[in-house]
Design a protein. Structure first.
Lengths: 303, 303
């Protein structure tokens, strides 16, 4: 089945201990769409400015992402400038220019309003709600958010969560959202707000997935070199949701496989700047790293 | 086979968000020995003061730990006072009174000098070296350390590592020891110093075990309630090394099982203050949580 991604498309200027890039293609919707495209057809709804050229569209088209929902507005594309120090777990934001993104009012193409899997990437929860109303045919709704909205629009966010099936959130954010320091209890609180499946992203420490009485924990893939962590969470979301869109969500087994595929995509994402690694990624490489995750985590029963 | 543990026995005064204890039995050697005793015979070498009563010895004796190497010296037992805030990953030390521990010169009983598995828990690396010379019959040498020795005695520590088979260390410490921020590269540096097996403890994020070309990653067990993290690393070491002592170290499979058993013991350790949870722990509970670790981490191959 198809997946509809609504989020940001941006130009990122990023420096890390491994180097830097200037105005590289970025944004949550970009990284998520590129990642998801390895698994299922992807429809992208986002906004860019007049400086977004055909060359910028090319990687998305190369990955066969349907960008009919990518609107060009008068003005400049969203820009973000950030830097990572030795602690690659958190970026320091140096500059944010919302530009056309400040007036983003997503208008989902009529033909897409029955897309079975809807992913509300990290944008204003009021806009996420608005998109949710439009995509009334969605069978499965997933959402991401960030500290900025948890602080600024907690009520809009909580209202949204009442309609969300799968929440993707990082560990610091779920603690902030719930006021609970203990992750297990924080997840219980979020479950009470609506989402049946809660995916807690922990950066270099991996991911925890809570679904009903099932808990799945997966470490991150240990890499000797991380060039740029930007978009790791979005690449995870793309692999996770793309896998669910492709293979369905019949139970625990599907969620676990999706979480491993999300982690595979995140582990490749950080190997290079922007979407560079995913643009040259192959299906055999995805299968290879999936197998290496099995090797990384396997152990025998107690005899 | 037996395991010989050399380390500290202390009275801990600890406060956490879940409560507090005053002068409870603590110390690296205590927690490690109690934990290891579920798997193999344990011999303890440590020092206490005249205030260490028969009642304090009882839990060790109840767990059948051989305390013939526990020396009583004139003066008071080592005392540590610490507090944990909402971040249960790190304690704030409020007071340290070394007392008799300041003059600890371990003298391993003659009959114990061929103990096959020697664990040098976290003490002065010069003393660890000294014990290593005494236990010349050891087939397998494991060691732990801490930031205090990495800063204060880096050369003594590096000399020791040349004779250590298994190093247990936490993620912050291995970065400090090697000056490498990337864990995989930090492990490569440590491997160059001597240890063939490197266990990186990551607190609530679990554990990474590097052995030859094999890497094993295990998340920590998600607990809804953590009362007191004190001794989690020592309980891990006890389960890990106790399991190796009991079942041998023939390869990757043994190391992985040992790391899961170490994590099982650490997960129980933090459920109550001091050694309280381990003192009432049963073998079926150990097996049960091992099975729950399998359930937590399992996923299917890609079809």
């Amino acid at each position: 089945m198809s997946i509809l991604v609504v989020g940001s498309v941006a130009f990122d200027t990023v420096s890390t201990p491994a180097g830097s890039v200037t105005e590289a293609l970025g944004g949550s919707a970009t990284h998520c769409s590129v990642s998801a495209s390895f698994f299922s057809p992807v429809r992208l709804v986002a906004i860019v400015g007049e400086d977004f050229t055909q060359a910028h569209r090319k990687p998305l088209l190369d990955r066969k992402v349907d960008i009919s929902g990518l609107v060009t507005a008068p003005g400049r594309t969203f820009r973000w400038t950030g830097a990572y120090g030795d602690d690659l777990n958190s970026a320091r934001t140096l500059d944010t220019q919302l530009n056309v993104f400040a007036d983003f009012r997503p208008d989902v193409p009529q033909a897409w309003r029955d897309t079975p899997l809807l992913f509300l990437a990290n944008i204003d929860p009021d806009l996420q709600w608005d998109v949710l109303q439009q995509v009334h045919g969605a069978k499965l709704v997933a959402a991401d958010t960030m500290n900025y909205w948890i602080e600024g629009k907690p009520d809009a966010l909580k209202k949204l969560l009442g309609r969300v099936d799968i929440l993707l959130i990082n560990d610091g954010e779920i603690r902030q959202l719930t006021g609970e320091k203990n992750l297990v209890r924080a997840v219980d609180v979020v479950r009470g707000l609506g989402p049946k499946t809660i995916v807690v992203k922990r950066g270099e420490h991996g991911v925890l997935v809570f679904e009903g009485h099932n808990t799945f924990a997966l470490p991150a893939f240990p890499l000797a070199s991380v060039k740029d962590p930007t978009g790791a969470g979005d690449a995870f979301a793309g692999g996770f949701l793309g896998s669910l869109a492709a293979r369905g969500l019949d139970g625990d087994r599907d969620v676990r496989r999706a979480a491993v595929l999300g982690s595979v995509m995140a582990s490749y994402q950080v190997e290079d700047f922007s979407h560079d690694r995913l643009m040259r990624l192959t299906d055999p490489e995805i299968r290879d790293r999936y197998a290496r995750f099995q090797e990384l985590t396997r152990f025998s029963p107690l005899s």
